[in-house]
Design a protein around this ligand. Sequence first.
Ligand code: FES
Length: 85
Amino acid sequence: MSLPDDTETETEIQTNADIETRADIVLCPDGPMLVRGQAVIEDADGTQHATTRPVSAVCRCGRTSRAPWCDGTHKLIADGARSST
Ligand code: FES
């Protein structure tokens, strides 16, 4: 791939394309909220949790045993019993 005539490098162009095509936050139907990149999640008590993975799953069902992160428990909850929106 050749460099364009303007001042952007190939890396900057790739980063801009990623921003345009990849959401930073994705809400999974009946599941967690996926957070891409570094972020700080604040729970109901005001405790802050920094993400440590490229993509982190934040619980939205309220049933996880490792809050605020999703542990997969949402898969065991019957339809209609979820608290997420
Ligand atoms: S969303 Fe997965 S355990 Fe709550």
